[in-house]
Design a protein around this ligand. Structure first.
Ligand code: PMP
Length: 318
């Protein structure tokens, strides 16, 4: 779908996958004015195709749009774009455990000009790709590198928006994490509070069963995290959204107050964190069964094996 300041949203269409033409002066290439989402389509045992909480992704895309001075895509257009893609490409939704079709809606400034201002011509696309397990080891605990030299986002910045610049800022620290033998990088804010990983939120399980997750204006509000915390509340766990400093984390693990640490996001679902490594230390992290139980419950809902009591699924085919 295209958008212009004069014509609004227009020209919805499905076309074969292939290169798109863009002016070398397109604003997105110079100023990074773009946003995206990540959402999956799951095949149920009866063959039907469903997606998970698309209203939440549509709302987050609108929040990202506001921050990046892009037009807000109406939620019904968002859902329609997923349905139309599935109508032609539904056969690509794989069946089987952990298999899905990853959908990538994105919007960018295509107007050609070299001044710095919000673009008046914008394009919105959805592409898709079959996806399997995110980490090679399946759900084995991952090792996290603590980025002390680099920040992902700052106060008043774009951290809460799903925009490419945040990911651009995470590439170098992510490469550093790989160099240090880690799978992912965790970022701190300027006050030393834990933010999130490059593409996942962090949750701590306390000895008394409370789940604690960092909340701040500079992290992405994950839909997986929100759902996992809801499932935990349904089971009687308390949930706290509050700042967690690096010291709280390390002392909590050392004293036994923190009994599990896990990361969650659409791509990897739920992944236990097995170690936190930095230039001066390497802490083994406690692992338990709650993260894996919540992961199982969430995927059972997504694949139609457990009752969808919250009405989180939306059928995309038929
Ligand atoms: N934080 C970041 C930076 C991410 O890219 C993602 C993935 N979208 C998440 C958290 C998790 O969000 P969600 O559960 O909605 O996929």
């Amino acid at each position: 779908i295209c958008w212009s300041s004069k014509g609004g949203w227009h020209r919805p269409r499905v076309s074969p996958y292939g290169p798109i033409s863009l002016s070398p002066a397109a604003a997105v290439l110079h100023y990074g004015q773009e946003i995206f989402e990540g959402i999956k389509a799951y095949r149920h045992a009866d063959g039907s195709i469903h997606t998970f909480r698309p209203d939440e992704n549509a709302a987050r895309l609108q929040r990202s749009a506001r921050r990046m001075a892009l037009p807000e895509l109406p939620a019904e257009y968002f859902l329609q774009s997923l349905r139309e893609l599935i109508a032609v490409d539904g056969a690509w939704v794989p069946s089987g455990d952990d298999q899905s079709l990853y959908l990538r809606p994105f919007m960018f400034a295509k107007e050609a000009f070299l001044g710095v201002r919000p673009a008046e011509k914008v394009a919105y696309y959805v592409i898709a790709s079959p996806a399997g397990a995110y980490f090679k080891g399946g759900v084995t605990p991952v090792k996290i590198w603590l980025s002390e030299d680099y920040a992902r986002a700052g106060k008043g910045g774009t951290g809460a928006a799903k925009t490419g610049g945040n990911y651009a800022a995470s590439l170098l620290p992510q490469a550093e994490a790989y160099e240090k033998g880690c799978d992912q990088v965790v970022f701190l804010d300027e006050d030393g509070n834990v933010e999130e990983l490059g593409g996942m939120n962090v949750v701590f399980v306390m000895k008394d069963g409370t789940l604690v997750t960092p909340e701040s204006e500079s992290i992405l509000a994950g839909i997986t995290r929100n759902s996992i915390l809801q499932l935990a509340e349904d089971r009687g766990h308390r949930v706290e959204r509050r700042p967690v400093s690096l010291t709280d984390w390390r002392e909590g693990v050392a004293s036994g107050d923190i009994v599990e640490v896990f990361a969650c996001g659409t791509a990897a679902v739920v992944t236990p964190i097995g170690a936190l490594k930095a230039s001066g230390f390497e802490d083994v992290q406690p692992t338990g069964t709650l993260a894996l139980e919540l992961r199982q419950h969430l995927t059972d809902i997504q694949y139609g094996r457990a009752e969808d009591v919250h009405g989180w699924l939306t059928r995309l085919d038929g």
